[in-house]
Design a protein around this ligand. Structure first.
Ligand code: DC
Length: 229
């Protein structure tokens, strides 16, 4: 029996990657890393320093600032997963706003940003026993991961999920804006030059437009168990 494997989960935004990843990490006692949170935290930094707004991104300034950005995950026992800290501040909640969602794809398209974050991600996963979710985990970060999943769902379904989450948090957003953002991020994430969102050849695709969490989780656990044999 293998000890600990690497599980790479990629896919479009709001396909429930992190929900599945957290459940897997809990069941198998693996470390969970939400790489989207890292791109979001860099975006929050850029927003707070006026390096980016809705209209423009000062790419050179962002690149020059990268050494001033320190990211850390700290495990929260009560939540059961790690929260992200940006230069010492817990920004877990702030990075989930629609405002950050509207700029993150532009920041994530900058190669220097990706290089810095990919190195950090590879370091976190070098011992295996990790569930990492993102857009390029099975293609770039861990091309040799033992199990690769690629999650999809219709844009409407994903916008509906994200809209509900934001409303429950008390954010004042419209469904139309959320849907627009989901589609725009799909477009930018899939067409960027560096590490575009694509399914790795050996990834297993899971379309969860009409699949519940428990059903998906059961199917995925079977896949993990096969890899652990
Ligand atoms: O998973 P998420 O929606 O929180 O990710 C936010 C953005 O970060 C997403 O639009 C694309 C980018 N991202 C990326 O380019 N590569 C990753 N490995 C993870 C996220």
């Amino acid at each position: 029996m293998k000890n600990k494997i690497t599980i790479a989960i990629d896919g479009f935004s709001s396909t429930g990657k992190s929900t599945i990843a957290k459940l897997l990490a809990k069941k198998y006692n693996y470390i969970y890393v939400d790489t989207g949170a890292m791109y979001r935290a860099v975006s929050l930094y850029a927003k707070n320093k006026n390096i980016i707004n809705n209209i423009s991104l000062n790419t050179n300034k962002l690149i020059a600032s990268l050494n001033d950005i320190s990211l850390k995950f700290v495990y929260n026992k009560n939540l059961g997963y790690a929260e992200i800290f940006l230069n010492g501040d817990n920004v877990e909640s702030e990075i989930r706003s629609l405002e950050v969602s509207q700029i993150v794809s532009k920041v994530a398209a900058v190669s220097e940003v990706r290089k810095k974050l990919v190195i950090a991600q590879q370091k976190m996963g070098k011992e295996g026993g990790i569930v990492m979710d993102g857009r390029d985990i099975g293609t770039v970060v861990f091309p040799n991961a033992e199990l690769k999943l690629f999650m999809t769902a219709s844009a409407d379904k994903r916008a509906e999920r994200r809209y509900r989450e934001l409303i429950e948090k008390g954010d004042k957003v419209s469904y139309e804006d959320v849907l627009l953002n989901v589609k725009e991020r799909d477009r930018i994430d899939s067409t960027r030059k560096d590490s575009p969102l694509i399914k790795a050849d050996d990834a297993i695709e899971i379309d969860n437009s009409v699949m519940g969490i428990q059903e998906q989780f059961n199917e995925i656990c079977k896949l993990v168990d096969q890899k652990l044999l």
